[in-house]
Design a protein around this ligand. Sequence first.
Ligand SMILES: *Cc1c(COP(=O)(O)O)cnc(C)c1O
Length: 417
Amino acid sequence: MTADLTASRMVSANLTADRPTFVTHLECSLTGERYEADRLHGLSAAGRPLLVRYDLEAAGKAVTREAIAARPTDLWRWRELLPVRNTADIVSLGEIETPLVPIPEAGGANVIVKDEGRLPTGSFKARGLVMAVAMARALGVTRIAMPTNGNAGAALAAYATRCGIETIVFCPEDTPEINVREIAMQGARVWRVNGLIDDCGAIVAEGAKQGRWFDFSTLKEPYRIEGKKTMGLELAAQLGWRLPRAIFYPTGGGTGLIGMWKAFAELEALGWIGPERPKMFAVQADGCAPIVKAFDDGVNHAERWENAHTIAAGIRVPRAVGDFLILAAVRESGGRALAVSDAEIARAVDDAARKDGLLLCPEGGATLAAYRRALAEGLIGAEDSAVLFNCATGLKYPMPAADNALDRTRPIDFDLL
Ligand SMILES: *Cc1c(COP(=O)(O)O)cnc(C)c1O
């Protein structure tokens, strides 16, 4: 047993025993073409994301809702529905179940926030990357490159460093400073690029073509979706196997929205939930809303959004390779794609902090702003249960100055304090 594995066992009792996994194959999300499991894959031949498929009938015989409920609550309780075959390939930093926090003042009586800021590296990117890195390790990858707006790079750096995989990360030059530094500090070589995330992605693609590294761009490897899927599994279990009426998801590449939609289908196939689905709201910013435009235009693929800008860096994604999957889920669910302004985002962040004591990241604020819009436009009612995703800790982002200072050597006016 390696020292590294011992550490993994300390953070999760779910990792103490090898459990079977039930992966049968992978499938092109556009054409349905089959691909073999246990092989290294990028995109399908059609240039689209691959989806992991399981023998859910066998999984349903091996594990029950009750058995899941009896396990520790972290991400690895879902092992039978995840792709990692060998516990030894898992590199865990403590992927806890994230809490559901009501925000009655800023949101309303039926609004809860799933606070993903509690995860390792402070964002839900940990869910996707812990899975993708474990699979890369299992399949013998030794060097990975990735374009990022910040949080994905940080999660990649942390997990890859822990298992000795080399990482090279490219981010837009105006990526939040704290993200660039945390990526570097956690062992990646990080480069600021004078462009947007898809420009960074082009560099990664070129290097991959030259055989220099494995391309870990959003949805260009199959396993981040499986990690992000655990948001949907967890939500179902936390809510007593009943899904909320609406989910508001801050949508960049859309991995989480696509993953949750997949999770719900798998849970229904297992007979653990019924056919009801939440209305899925894909939330973007006015300054970068390609999915919203495609939704409104009634088309399945989004055009690149030019001159993308917003304070919510995590959703500044001009082009998403999984656009058609996001749009299909939103449409099937009876939800909507909504864009909100930076001013609305800032106001929502401010409200949640000042009225409910919950510090959201800007992207989390965007979901609250979109919830308010959906309510105002009658897309949902105030009595409908809604889950908002706060995808990263608010502590990573700039806050307004607080400059009050007191000179203790002079008389203090206590009435002023
Ligand atoms: C990555 C990220 C998003 C977007 O998530 P996707 O699943 O890629 O759409 C939103 N907010 C933050 C803070 C992020 O880091």
